[in-house]
Design a protein around this ligand. Structure first.
Ligand SMILES: Nc1ncnc2c1ncn2[C@@H]1O[C@H](COP(=O)(O)OP(=O)(O)OP(=O)(O)O)[C@@H](O)[C@H]1O
Length: 227
């Protein structure tokens, strides 16, 4: 479960990115996080992944308290969460298989586990047969599928995606969002930051709106522009 309680984030240069936000996302939920540019969405994502810590308030992710987490606990917390970015962030000189196996080896998976798991996730994301491709031999949509496979490979309970369709055309964007919906239906909690109103409104999901570092809306189904 994800829980933010009165979270404030002030960056070193004095920017008040979050001004006291609270919300919870239950296990198995799918939530869109929307809002204008600079409203604080990526800051929320970075708090969830442990890249930054809150200035005040509490951030709980899958039982870990992110403000107080010890260095020793961080790898265990990270295993519970798979992260997807706009720019894919694949290792460009490694094959699809190697991108995924490296992610598994990083958490101590055995060769046997790797051999069993990678075909399963590649099938799930629709990339069977692409094991030996290099990222730049794939389309943008396919590269994002590899990134989703990598995020899933260690079986996290939660997937967090920061503008996952930002570099894709509308048809590819819809496919990627549909894939995330399917992954959610299989039991994984999914949190997606996006600007794309049309895409959000295509899916009947929870929409949390951030505006100027505050929660400006939290409702099912529609991306309403904050006033
Ligand atoms: N490392 C940083 N240091 C200082 N200020 C930052 C830093 N990162 C973000 N900010 C500021 O914090 C505020 C929120 O930024 P954030 O990236 O969370 O917004 P966002 O909603 O994700 O925006 P976008 O949709 O444009 O990606 C902005 O005013 C931004 O300039």
């Amino acid at each position: 479960m994800i829980r933010l309680i009165d979270v404030k984030k002030v960056y070193d240069n004095g920017t008040e990115a979050l001004k006291g936000i609270s919300f919870s996302i239950e296990d198995g939920e799918f939530a869109f996080l929307v809002g204008p540019s600079g409203s604080g969405k990526s800051t929320v994502i970075k708090l969830l992944t442990g890249e930054i810590v809150p200035t005040s308030g509490r951030v709980m992710v899958n039982g870990f308290s992110m403000g107080r987490i010890s260095d020793k606990q961080i790898p265990y917390m990270r295993r519970t969460i798979g992260v997807i970015f706009q720019d894919f962030r694949l290792i460009t000189n490694k094959t699809v298989w190697d991108n995924l196996s490296l992610a598994m080896r990083a958490v101590g998976a055995s060769p046997r586990e790797i051999k069993a798991r990678i075909p399963y996730v590649l099938e799930l994301v629709g990339l069977k047969g692409k094991e030996q491709s290099l990222p730049d031999q794939l389309s943008g949509g396919e590269q994002q599928r590899v990134a989703i496979a990598r995020a899933l490979v260690n079986n996290p309970s939660t997937i967090v995606a920061d503008e996952p369709t930002g570099n894709l055309d509308p048809a590819r964007s819809l496919e990627i969002m549909t894939l995330l919906e399917r992954i959610n239906a299989l039991g994984t909690t999914v949190v997606v930051v996006t600007h794309e109103k049309g895409l959000v409104n295509h899916f009947d999901k929870r929409v949390i709106t951030i505006n100027a570092g505050m929660v400006a809306g939290d409702a099912m189904g529609r991306y309403e522009v904050a006033r």
